[in-house]
Design a protein around this ligand. Structure first.
Ligand code: BDR
Ligand code: CA
Length: 312
């Protein structure tokens, strides 16, 4: 079995937390580190939450780095109304003992990509793309060393979740997103079109709880907290579980489908700031820069997650 080396760039976030656990539960993936960014909540909380999750998984050995505390050139927008004041409300997890690494996340990204053989490391951004774009801007030589980027962000048919036009991760730092989408790195995009089909229904939540471990119970509490806000907002039978879809795509790409298309990021119109302008129907002659996913076998996805999370 080939092991893929990944770096998870994250702003936990209940769904980020489940994504991290899913990665740590999967032997196909070697998590080289977690790079935290400001997004759902401020950086001091995302770095704290990431370490709580590593310790929950019994993986205090995973290095956790603090990164950018605000978007490139804009004020930070956070989402406490979705995630709670801690950013990860739901389970009552102890304060972590493991330290934050003394190195900045951007420095870690640059050094790690420079020292690894080219095209061996996959980046998995689950929040605003500030850390990744800052690393690319500071060290353009690393761009061609990235194997691929698989990110949660954007939307086409599902429209926006933070403005009528934009998805949260891209809206928070559209300048960073524009740099990443123009970078030439092989890109797989997991937009709301997919994640709004990955709904945590009551039965799926119960299946997490029925794992019967500390991790299973915490995942059930994390996903139940998200449900409190999201299923009312969307009138769906459960909240979308966004970020774990990134990790699931790495594990089981056959569960997803999408199109290789051009995706551009709106960075100037206040009305549509951070919109992912996805040429789904091929109506322009702009060249494809991303595999933009559109569908997922949700039942198989949740079976996979439950089976993996039970290993922790
Ligand atoms: C994305 O925004 C965050 O609130 C979630 O963690 C996810 O990454 C969904 O729009
Ligand atoms: Ca996130």
């Amino acid at each position: 079995m080939e092991t893929q080396q990944i770096i998870i760039d994250t702003d936990p976030g209940q769904d980020d937390a489940v994504a991290i656990l899913l990665a740590l539960a999967s032997p196909e993936l070697q998590v080289l580190g977690l790079t935290c960014v400001a997004g759902n909540v401020a950086l001091n909380l995302t770095t704290l939450n990431a370490r709580k999750i590593c310790e929950l998984a019994g993986r205090a050995d995973i290095p956790v780095y603090g990164g950018c505390d605000r978007p490139m050139g804009r004020a930070l927008i956070t989402a406490e109304h979705v995630h709670g004041h801690s950013g990860m409300d739901g389970p009552d997890l102890p304060l972590p003992d493991m330290p934050l690494q003394p190195v900045h996340a951007v420095g870690f990204l640059i050094d790690t990509l420079r020292s690894a053989p080219p095209k061996t490391i996959t980046l998995c951004p689950l929040g605003p793309l500030t850390n990744i774009a800052t690393a690319f801007a500071r060290a353009p030589d690393i761009v061609t060393r990235v194997r691929q980027i698989v990110l949660m962000g954007g939307s086409h048919f599902k429209a926006g979740n933070v403005t009528p036009a934009a998805e949260f991760n891209i809206h928070v730092d559209p300048d960073a997103a524009a740099m990443v989408f123009a970078s030439g790195v092989a890109l797989t995009v997991v937009p709301l079109d997919v994640t709004h089909k990955a709904l945590v229904t009551p039965a799926r939540n119960a299946a997490f709880n029925a794992i019967g471990t500390a991790v299973g119970r915490a995942v059930a509490q994390l996903t139940a907290f998200a449900d409190r806000y999201d299923s009312t907002k969307y009138g769906a039978p459960g909240a979308p579980l966004h970020d774990p879809c990134v990790i699931a795509w790495l594990l089981a790409p056959h569960l997803f489908s999408g199109r290789q298309i051009n995706v551009e990021i709106e960075t100037s119109s206040e009305l549509t700031m951070g919109m992912t302008v996805a040429d789904w129907w091929g109506v322009t002659d702009r060249s494809a820069n991303a595999l933009f996913l559109g569908d997922v076998d949700a039942e198989a996805l949740f079976n996979l997650m439950t089976e993996r999370l039970a290993r922790l």
